[in-house]
Structure formats: C-alpha cells, structure tokens
Design a protein around this ligand. Structure first.
Ligand SMILES: Cc1ncc(COP(=O)(O)O)c(C=O)c1O
Length: 445
C-alpha cells in the first residue's frame, strides 16, 4: 500500500537510512580480539578468547560454569540432551534421550526454544502465556501437571528481555521433581528479585536481583546478531556442575574419547564456539550495561510517546529488571481495526480511531523502519498443530462447541493478534524514534 498518497500520513517522510529492529552495535574492541586470534593463529575452536568469554559470562550471570557454543540453539540442544540424560539415562545413537517422554514448554516463543526437544525425540506440550510478563503462565503449568503428572522437564523462555514468573515455575517444578531448562537467549543482563524464604532461595542459596541464566538447572543465552550482545552468532550454556560443563564441551567437539585416534563412545556434535566469534563476544561484553541503558531509554520514550493512544507497552513486573531487548506494544481490544491473518498472508482495514499490528507494521515498513509481529505461538504453528496445548482452563484444544457460545482462553493467540515489536535498535536517534511514534499516531487517526 502507498501510505504517502493517504492523507493521514501527509507530511511524513521516508527514513533516509533504514531503522532496524535490533542490529549489532560494534565498538571497535571486537576487532582487537579477532585480530589477535588471527595473528596468533588461534582461529579454530580453542583459544584465549573462548576461555575469557566463558569466564566473563559466568561471572556476569553469577554461575560457576559456562560453555561457549556455536549458537543459542546449539546450547539449547545440549542443555536439553543433558537434562534428558539426567532424567532418563543415555540413548542409543539413533534415538533421542526424550523418546516417549512429554516435555512442557513455553508456547509464545521462537521455535529454537522448543525444536531441540524434537531433536531428542520428545513430545512437546505447550503451556499458555500470561499477560503479566508475556511468559509461561504458572497456573497453566499447574494444570499441565494435573493432566500429565509424569512429566519431568520444563523448557521456559524469557521473552523480549523480561523475566517470567520463575519463582512460581521453580516451586511447581520442585513439587513434581522436574528439571528446568531456561532459555535466556533474549534476556542476557535481566534480573529477577529472589525473596528470602522462596523456592528460588532454597535452590540458589541467594536472594536479591539475580540474573536470568541462573534459574534453570541448565540455562542458555544467545549471541545471535540481533541480541543485546552479539558475536555475530554464538551461544553459551550455564550450569552448576563442572562435570556437566565438561560433558557438554566434549559433546560439542564431536565427543572424542581420550585416545590417540578418534575414538567415540557417545554421539557428538560440532557445536563449539570458534575463537574468532569469541573475539567479537569478548569485545562486546564490556558494553552490556551501556546497551541495556540505551534500550531502557528507547522503551521509556515509546511509553511516553504512545501514552495518549489506546495501546500499552509490554509489561514489566515490579520484581524484574529487564534488559529491554525489544520494546513491544499491544493495541487495546476495543481499538483494533479489522485484521485477519492466514498462514502466510494478512488483511487489514483502516478505521478511524483504530488500528492493527498489520497496518502499523505495514506503515513502519513503508517509511523504512523495521518492526516485527510478536512470536507466533507454537501451538498455532502448522508443525505443532497436533501437539497438546494447556491453558489456565486445562486442555486448550477443542474448546469451542457448535451448540454453546464462547470459546476457551488463549492468551498467546491474543497477544500475537494485538501485539507487535517496535524498532528497538540502540543506534536509533531520538528524531528517528519520534518519527516512528508519529507514524503510529497517524495509523490511529
Ligand atoms: C527465545 C530464543 N531462543 C533461542 C534463540 C536461538 O538462538 P540462536 O539464534 O543463537 O541459535 C533465540 C534467538 O535467536 C531466541 O530469541
């Protein structure tokens, strides 16, 4: 659609340079460590950059062990395999460790959170989202344990940099003897307040503002190009036990036994971080607080600039300090203009005083700014259509009845329909952000 010929957008100019959702922000130090790796010829999956970033990331997060890997997805795979082996023992090389086992997982997230459960042959049961933090709903998780009391593994993500209800989730997990794999890919640097006497204090032995990456039995972060700290790619796994960290390191480098030749007793992977990527991460790590501060300011300006519209920002629970990775917004139900999405296409219509994520994202894109729909919930994805989905009401599938009005709750579907991610690049200028805010206002005219 040509928004320029629409009188509502009169006077708005296209951006000269694209405004990104969240692009890498390099500082120069990255070059130094990459150059050093090249000059010293340590360019493979061994080297000082890897050792340093493991030490520094462990220290930032506050956890004894960190293992540098090629991607957050690789870290999730090995975290889930490790959890699976702890629960059910090892598997034959041509079988996954989770075969025949159900696993509870966040529903509204990137598919990288949940896919590794399938790599290991597990059966996903998706847990609905709550409005307070846009993360896994502990009430729905309790319901899931009522329906499937044998489940022993929970995979939980913190979306857009805001920690989920980890105290409640830890309490429920402990009650059922379940392990937690924590996907903190998007929330590096975010904290959650652990209270004295809580289930988390019992588990962690500490209170106060604790970093995400500490709350899972095994946890991960991502250094993907769009994350708050990037290595261009890369990921990190965190755990408490050195033997577990060593096991993951071994698996990530083809699971070689101690022999002069390549001797293998376990299935291996080529998942280790390279010393070049680690050089980029090493140059970036000192800037974590600065990036968080910039993202916090972006969120604050959106909140202020959009306060007169019938929208709200992604919520920040009072016991969390997010890293504000992406600023998101939700259109009030009564102010939603007609908007439908199919599997690949969407249709929206303008209506005075109303708008929709379709229209807003269309307008932003037209003028040269990158927004994004909210993660489409996993239970709505064609690949996972047959997986179970649990809401606060119990089984979330088949809730409507041809002869009775009403249908069940589905918080993830609602946030997906009404929400969107706003341009949140930490290099976005105030003027650019003001124009983004103005474009959103015009959508509601
Ligand atoms: C929630 C979440 N989990 C997992 C990943 C996977 O990380 P990576 O891209 O490093 O494999 C990402 C991002 O890419 C993510 O946003």
């Amino acid at each position: 659609m040509d928004f320029l010929s629409n009188s509502r957008f009169k006077g708005i100019e296209k951006f000269d340079k694209k405004v990104w959702l969240s692009s890498p922000t390099m500082h120069g130090d990255e070059q130094r460590w990459v150059d050093e790796a090249i000059q010293t010829n340590w360019v493979s999956t061994v080297g000082q950059n890897i050792n340093v970033v493991e030490e520094q990331a462990a220290s930032i997060i506050g956890r004894p062990c960190a293992v540098a890997l090629s991607a957050g997805t690789a870290a999730l795979h090995l975290a889930i395999r490790l959890a699976g082996e702890k629960l059910y023992g090892s598997a034959m090389p041509n079988h996954g460790v989770l075969e025949g086992k159900k696993v509870f997982a966040s529903d509204m997230t990137f598919d990288a959170t949940v896919n590794p459960v399938c790599y290991e042959g597990g059966e996903l049961v998706f847990i609905d989202t709550e409005y307070d933090s846009w993360n896994m709903d502990p009430v729905a998780l309790e319901k899931a344990f009522q329906l499937y009391p044998d489940v022993r593994l929970i995979v939980v993500a913190h979306l857009y940099g805001t920690p989920g209800k980890v105290e409640e989730i830890r309490r429920i997990a402990d009650e059922h003897g379940a392990l937690i794999v924590e996907d903190a890919a998007e929330s590096f640097g975010s904290t959650y307040k652990v209270e004295p006497g809580s289930a988390l204090e019992k588990k962690l032995g500490k209170t106060g503002n604790i970093q995400t990456g500490c709350f899972g039995d095994i946890s991960i972060i991502s250094f993907n190009g769009n994350k708050i700290i990037t290595g261009s790619s890369g990921g990190m796994l965190f755990c408490d036990d050195k033997a577990d960290a060593d096991k993951v390191r071994k698996w990530s480098t083809q699971a070689r036994e101690a022999a002069a030749w390549y001797q293998h007793e376990e299935l291996g992977y080529n998942y280790r971080m390279s010393n070049i990527i680690a050089g980029v991460v090493r140059g970036q790590l000192p800037y974590l607080s600065e990036h968080i501060e910039q993202k916090r300011e972006i969120y604050r300006r959106y909140k202020e600039g959009l306060k007169d519209l019938p929208v709200s920002m992604n919520p920040i629970p009072s016991n969390t300090v997010p890293n504000y990775w992406l600023s998101c917004m939700l259109v009030e139900e009564g102010s939603m203009a007609p908007f439908v999405r199919g599997e690949k296409d969407e249709l929206w219509k303008s209506e005075s005083g109303k708008s929709s994520p379709g229209e807003i994202l269309g307008a932003l894109s037209f003028f040269g700014a990158e927004g994004r729909p909210i993660w489409k919930p996993m239970h709505m994805q064609p690949i996972y259509r047959t997986s179970s989905f649990i809401t606060t009401e119990g089984n979330g599938r088949g809730r409507s009845n041809a002869y009775i009005s009403g249908s069940g709750v589905d918080v993830g579907a609602d946030i997906f329909r009404r929400g969107l991610c706003l341009p949140s690049d930490n290099k976005m200028t105030v003027e650019q952000q003001d124009r983004v805010i103005e474009i959103i206002h015009r959508c509601f005219q």
